[in-house]
Design a binder for this molecule. Structure first.
Ligand SMILES: Nc1ncnc2c1ncn2[C@@H]1O[C@H](COP(=O)(O)OP(=O)(O)OP(=O)(O)O)[C@@H](O)[C@H]1O
Ligand SMILES: [Mg+2]
Length: 278
């Protein structure tokens, strides 16, 4: 696959990324020369069987881990070339939402402190300004101030994921990675969290890299999509083409085997994005 051309309006460009892990004495190639781009304000849905390298490519793209080869450009800048303050500033332009919200949040920290953490690390705001910003963020994701005072185990899974979303957008990133953001949640709650994500994308011109096992979730959320198989991106393009009329036999088989939750897509538009009834 030829490398995508860099364009200023791309939120993320991934170019020829390879990631090898050394396991005992062998080298395992988890990501094998993957390239794609996410135009600003759009969602790229990534699907593929378990172990195909989806999370690894996302972690390489944000440079949470160092790729063996290749590079990524976040809003046009390569994190590998930055150090110190400049690297921290670029990190602040990205956010990440994980699969299991309870496990992703520090169990001993209050929700409001969890949301405040990236602001403490990345912003120059004072204590009062951070407190005010956290109140705004709680409101924006449909949580109340009292939810903010609780610990993760004292709120529901859906509310935990809302807190995870608030934390991911706290520094006003342009790009957010959503790694299975709703698969640990009940179906009714999934729709509400997806609606929240769609609303935030619209209001804040966010770009998403969405990893999901659920075909209906990817179809509903994505503008473009890609299919991973054993570390390679075997197909990518407009989401409706890739996910509905795939050209590769592998994609057809994968899609046929992927779980789907039609109820999620059909109930999504009807929900109030800021509902706190979870
Ligand atoms: N730190 C590591 N050391 C060794 N191998 C790893 C490491 N991280 C991931 N792998 C391996 O790399 C491959 C890709 O893993 P990855 O987590 O990216 O898959 P995935 O597509 O996200 O799967 P899932 O859908 O189950 O989350 C897997 O075979 C995994 O075991
Ligand atoms: Mg994964």
């Amino acid at each position: 696959m030829s490398a995508p051309r860099e364009q200023p309006e791309d939120a993320l460009v991934v170019e020829g990324i390879v990631k090898e892990f050394r396991v005992h004495r062998t080298v395992f190639r988890a990501v094998d020369d993957v390239s794609f781009r996410i135009p600003a304000g759009t969602t790229f849905g990534l699907v593929g069987e378990s172990g195909s390298g989806k999370s690894t490519i996302a972690r390489c793209a944000l440079r949470l881990i160092v790729p063996t080869a290749g590079r990524s450009l976040i809003a046009g800048r390569d994190p590998a070339t930055l150090r110190g303050r400049a690297l921290r500033d670029l990190r602040a332009q990205t956010g990440m939402v994980f699969q299991n919200p309870m496990a992703a949040l520090n169990p001993r920290m209050r929700i409001r402190d969890i949301i405040a953490e990236p602001l403490v690390t990345h912003s120059r705001l004072g204590v009062r300004q951070i407190r005010a910003r956290v109140d705004e963020l709680l409101d924006e994701v449909g949580l109340s101030a009292t939810h903010g005072d609780r610990l993760p185990h004292q709120i529901s899974g859906g509310q935990c994921q809302r807190a995870g979303v608030a934390r991911a957008i706290a520094t006003e990133p342009a790009l957010v990675v959503l790694d299975e953001p709703t698969s640990a949640l009940d179906v009714s709650v999934q729709a509400q969290v997806l609606n929240l994500l769609q609303g935030l994308k619209r209001d804040r011109s966010l770009s998403y890299l969405l990893i999901s096992h659920d075909l209906d979730v990817v179809r509903y959320m994505s503008d473009t999509a890609g299919v991973m198989r054993r570390g390679e991106l075997v197909e990518s393009g407009p989401a409706d083409v890739v996910l509905t009329h795939p050209s590769h036999e592998y994609t057809r088989q994968l899609l046929a085997a992927m779980p789907s939750t039609p109820g999620v897509a059909s109930t999504m538009r009807g929900h109030d994005e800021r509902s706190i009834l979870l």
